[in-house]
Design a protein around this ligand. Structure first.
Ligand code: ZN
Length: 333
């Protein structure tokens, strides 16, 4: 039942289940699409379906293989994730050796590379051969929100499945049912998540709350900060653990400032309304809607969603993007 538990993507789910059922799954697949929409979850589900002792194209959840795979203990289900900032050559060499081998227990082996764009270039070259001539029993899944960061030779050896953002209505229902949010809160969060369950769920986390406190302080100071103050703010933003999440939080705060200015009571950050109100009455209030859009665009650019952009994930380019954004935010009205 691995496929049934996945939120959204009915066409891709059906396609992959059929391919597994008919034993026609391609050896190398590239799952591309925005962060937090379920790419890795679906790749792992395909892996479980491959390992299941049944043969209807899905995991039965009842056999020994399913039980082990569900606990992450199946020797033929291998997840490769970044070690720090990248997936290193040693990790890829280990995986390459395994890909060439036979299954230990099942009839196949599944290798999921999460955040595959973080495989270093040297390591991508090491991986090439495995994608070219893998044994029929090995299946490789490259999961990434930035496929353009992969070598063209890697991309051309994979069949690409493109994931779309999740529909807002689906996220809204899911959030209402699983997070105990009110219909208004669920609607707002779904709207702001850009179709990413990962982003929608991040709104609940402690990291999110801490981030918001920091951003509020920054917004409160920005009006009187001057050029150097704004550059300093940009630098602090670009050095945050997760600049994408920081931009999502910034956008949600600016969106609320604009809503307050327009007299709307429905806020995403209702718990900090008392701090947002003075901002809405100040010079930022008038431009907050426009700035929220700019923050969203900066996020898209950093995620590589905008084609033709020179911005890539990375501190130097994030700093440049934040500089531009902070200048616009702090500029006198
Ligand atoms: Zn099973």
């Amino acid at each position: 039942m691995a496929f049934a538990r996945i939120l959204g993507h009915p066409r891709l789910r059906g396609l992959l289940a059929r391919a597994v059922g008919r034993r026609r799954l391609p050896p190398a697949l590239l799952f591309s699409g925005p962060s937090g929409v379920g790419k890795k979850t679906l790749a792992l589900a395909v892996g479980r379906a491959l390992l299941c002792e049944g043969d209807d194209g899905d995991a039965c959840d009842g056999c020994a293989a399913c039980s082990r795979a569900a606990r992450g203990l199946h020797p033929d289900a291998i997840l490769v994730e970044p070690d720090g900032a990248s997936i290193k050559i040693e990790q890829v060499r280990d995986a390459v050796r395994e890909i060439a081998g036979r299954p230990f227990e099942g009839r196949a082996r599944a290798f999921v590379f999460d955040e595959a764009h973080l495989v270093t270039e040297q390591a991508q070259n090491a991986l090439l051969k495995s994608l070219e001539e893998p044994p029929a029993t090995s299946h490789v899944f490259l999961v990434t929100a930035s496929p353009q960061a992969l070598l063209p030779t890697i991309r051309s050896r994979c069949q690409t499945l493109r994931f779309s953002p999740l529909p807002q209505s689906l996220l809204e229902t899911h959030l209402r049912e699983t997070s105990g949010l009110s219909p208004d809160e669920a609607r707002l969060r779904a709207a702001l998540s850009g179709g990413s369950l990962g982003v929608a769920l991040a709104f609940e986390s402690e990291a999110w709350r801490d981030l918001r406190v920091e951003l509020l302080e920054m917004l409160e100071k920005l009006g009187r900060a001057g050029t150097l103050g704004r550059m300093d703010a940009a630098e602090r933003l670009s050095e945050m653990d997760d600049p994408i999440l920081a931009l999502t939080a910034l956008r949600s705060l600016l969106r609320d400032v604009a809503a307050l200015r327009a007299g709307s009571p429905a806020l995403l950050n209702a718990d900090v309304a008392a701090r947002l109100e003075p901002l809405a009455r100040g010079p930022l209030g008038e431009r907050a809607g426009e700035m929220a859009r700019a923050a969203g665009e900066t996020r898209d650019a950093l995620e590589g969603k905008i084609t033709g952009t020179n911005l890539r994930r990375g501190p130097a380019n994030a700093l440049l993007a934040f500089d531009v954004l902070m200048d616009a935010l702090g500029a006198p009205a």
